[in-house]
Design a binder for this molecule. Sequence first.
Ligand SMILES: Cc1ncc(COP(=O)(O)O)c(C=O)c1O
Length: 396
Amino acid sequence: MKRVYLDNSATTRVDDEVVAAMLPYLTQDFGNASSTHQWGQRAKQAIEEARHQVAQALNATAPEIVFLSGGTESDNLAIKGVAQAYAGKGRHIVTSQIEHPAVLNTCAHLESLGWRVTYLPVYREGVVRMEDVREALTDETVLISIMHVNNEIGTIQPIGEIGRLVKERRDAGQSHLFLHTDAVQSIGKIPVDVRELGVDLLSLTGHKIHGPKGVGALFVRRGVRLQSQLHGGHHERDRRAGTESVPLIVALGKAMELAVKQLPERMEMTRQWRDDLEARLFERIPYLTRNGDPERRVPHISNLNFDFVEGEGLQISLDLKGIGVSTGSACSSGSTEPSHVLVAIGLSQETGYGTLRFSFSKDNSREDVEYVAEVLPNIVEKLRQLSPKARGLRGS
Ligand SMILES: Cc1ncc(COP(=O)(O)O)c(C=O)c1O
């Protein structure tokens, strides 16, 4: 059976070049980067090269990059690290209602410890509004944490504009206000430049960009203090204790290098496939709507509501045909409630039940689109025939 993987926002296949780059560090150059002998020094050199690759991809400098275990840890370190380091300056954080649980639950944890958190709305288009950001800021605000790209609906948040606002406030004397962005879903999908965005902290992970799982990074602008979250050795300039995973870090460096080098063609390819799939589905499936601002979204994600059918049923039927998609974010699937993102953009309970996310990567092809466009309309029709609500619609 043909197999089509369209869940690249959940995770991606590791690139062959990335595997080739990391393998020697599992068997040949297996040293501990903290050791002073040649094995250790080779490991250390590999890590520093990867740090340079990641920094270059983001327009950062190497010392501003901290390696850690992935997006979740990166978000945790950024938010708790800054909140705790600057607790004496203020205890207010601004975030959005559509953040990943790695941000939302970290903020909730800080709330339980006495911090105040403002969760900005995103409206039907799924984008935060600058007037809301401006209004939320107080002299007590130490951190704004807003994701660059939403993982479910793919909307791009106005991080550059927020960066400029933060700079204005700092120039006006609020020197302890910082901007963090979760860029897990934007790296390798759209251009990401930490200076242009004006961010102080930025989180990323390897497995969304054809790197392995279990490795990520945090960009921390020079001069920003962080309270380390792990107690242990002096690794990563005292910002993240624990023996560095050399093979995974090397892999992340390579994946970042490739993501930036191939960005224009990856964007172009995935946009074509995504738009083609949407066009074909809209042509053949009635009662179909799209979520998220159609302009301000990444090229590779399509989030669609199939009225009168349940997303779970659609997903299972597609899986039986060899097609992998998601009913929401990977982290929230398995639950029967519409995701917090769909609720935040104002979808009704019922509409939110019939939502699928299609997410492309460079590994897809035109044939994949053709196959899904051929199979899905029939599945939707069959499921609607079984749905009492859809039957009511047909007057039977
Ligand atoms: C926006 C966003 N942030 C954070 C994460 C967590 O990253 P990781 O899986 O590397 O912990 C994800 C993963 O789905 C994500 O989509």
